[in-house]
Design a protein around this ligand. Structure first.
Ligand code: GLV
Length: 311
């Protein structure tokens, strides 16, 4: 009998037809379309299942995340920790995140918002821009696979690069800061900070008033990781006091960002709707198929999450 794979699709995937998920190697079922026997499910595939849901799948062998970040699973207090969890990694995702960060870093570095405003006013207004040799300092908070790709992309533009991670990383051209003891020194030397940390109990709320106070005056924050890492009220205070110059936010504590949230209209904030890196359904389904085949064959899986670490 073929193993049964239960999909709980993120809203953006609902338009995809059943045939998209067909595989000769398993039977695909859909949590919101099929009537199910929870005890018959072998594999679960999703992004942010409702808390307590996975616990009801009593025969589950493996959980497959459709996202690189797995906080949507591990924030469930009843997540069955004895079942292996595999996250989705895809070089394409890292490249897209690197494009997003590079684009915004260049917009900041070259003062593009100033020229956008001048055009709106119909005024020919030049500004002395930083020279190519004036190195804007960009710090990457989180130097894992995605952080490394961002550093590689930025390196082409002559920025002065640094990164912070729990353990020290060796990446050519990137000054590495590590651990809590070096966080302050790292923050004090960034003109632009790009956050790509995973959200875990240890990082939730980390970008708070105390954190912003350690950042250089006039610095920018780009958050492409998770909204729960950043305390939105503290960011707004740091912007309103002119300690920070601006923020580019792709992720939010509550998504979609609620109507009326002050970030929508804040003059120093750019809001995008969690699009910096979007999982490609084709790549994700290849990953699901490979993971199921490997698991059924008793092979070791790549990208198994260390549940105690949270990523
Ligand atoms: C997207 O947010 C992901 O975790 O891949």
């Amino acid at each position: 009998m073929k193993p049964k794979v239960l999909f709980l699709l993120p809203p953006g995937w609902n338009a995809l037809g059943r045939e998209t998920f067909h595989s000769p190697h398993y039977e695909a079922l859909f949590a919101d379309r099929d009537s199910l026997d929870p005890a018959s499910i072998d594999y679960f595939v999703g992004f942010r299942p409702p808390p307590g849901f996975l616990k009801t799948l009593s025969k589950l062998k493996l959980v497959i995340s459709l996202g690189a970040g797995v906080d949507g699973f591990l924030s469930d207090p009843e997540f069955p920790k004895e079942i292996p969890l595999v996250r989705f990694t895809d070089p394409q995702l890292g490249i897209e995140m690197a494009q997003y960060v590079t684009m915004h870093a260049l917009i900041i570095h070259r003062h593009q918002r100033y020229f956008d405003q001048a055009q709106k006013e119909g005024v020919w207004r030049q500004l002395m821009l930083p020279r190519a040799t004036d190195k804007t300092r960009i710090g990457i908070l989180g130097l894992g696979e995605i952080g490394g790709r961002i550093a590689t992309a930025l390196a082409q533009y002559g920025f002065a690069l640094s990164g912070w991670s729990r353990t020290r990383k060796e990446i050519a051209g990137v000054k590495s800061f590590a651990g809590d003891g070096e966080l302050g020194a790292f923050l004090g030397q960034c003109d632009i900070l790009a956050c790509v940390l995973p959200q875990t109990p240890g990082t939730a709320g980390m970008l708070n008033a105390g954190f912003f106070a350690q950042m250089a005056k006039g610095a920018w924050v780009i958050n492409v990781a998770r909204g729960g890492l950043l305390v939105e009220e503290d960011l707004i205070t740091a912007l309103d006091r002119d300690h920070l110059a601006g923020a580019v936010l792709d992720v939010f504590r509550t998504e979609p960002l609620p109507e009326g949230n002050p970030l929508w209209a804040h003059p120093k904030v750019t809001v995008t709707p969690h699009i910096a890196g979007i999982t490609d359904p084709r790549a994700a389904l290849a990953h699901v198929e490979n993971s199921v085949l490997a698991f059924e064959a008793g092979k070791a899986l790549d990208d198994i999450v260390d549940v105690s670490r949270g990523y």
